[in-house]
Design a protein around this ligand. Sequence first.
Ligand code: SF4
Length: 63
Amino acid sequence: MTRKYIYIDVYLCNGCGSCSEICPEVFALDDVEKAYLLDCDAEITAKVEEAAIYCAQKCIYFE
Ligand code: SF4
């Protein structure tokens, strides 16, 4: 089975900070208020999935 990775569409990201509140181990906001991954190789845990579900812009995805 091919491993999936976490992606953020930063064009859509509105910097709400919800992902970094739900899962600060993986998501953070940069100085222009766009989310980024602290670890590009991070596991897709339940918290990561929760962050994706609650992302208002639906711009966290797995591929
Ligand atoms: S929850 Fe979505 S819109 Fe909000 S900061 Fe994170 S990636 Fe951006």
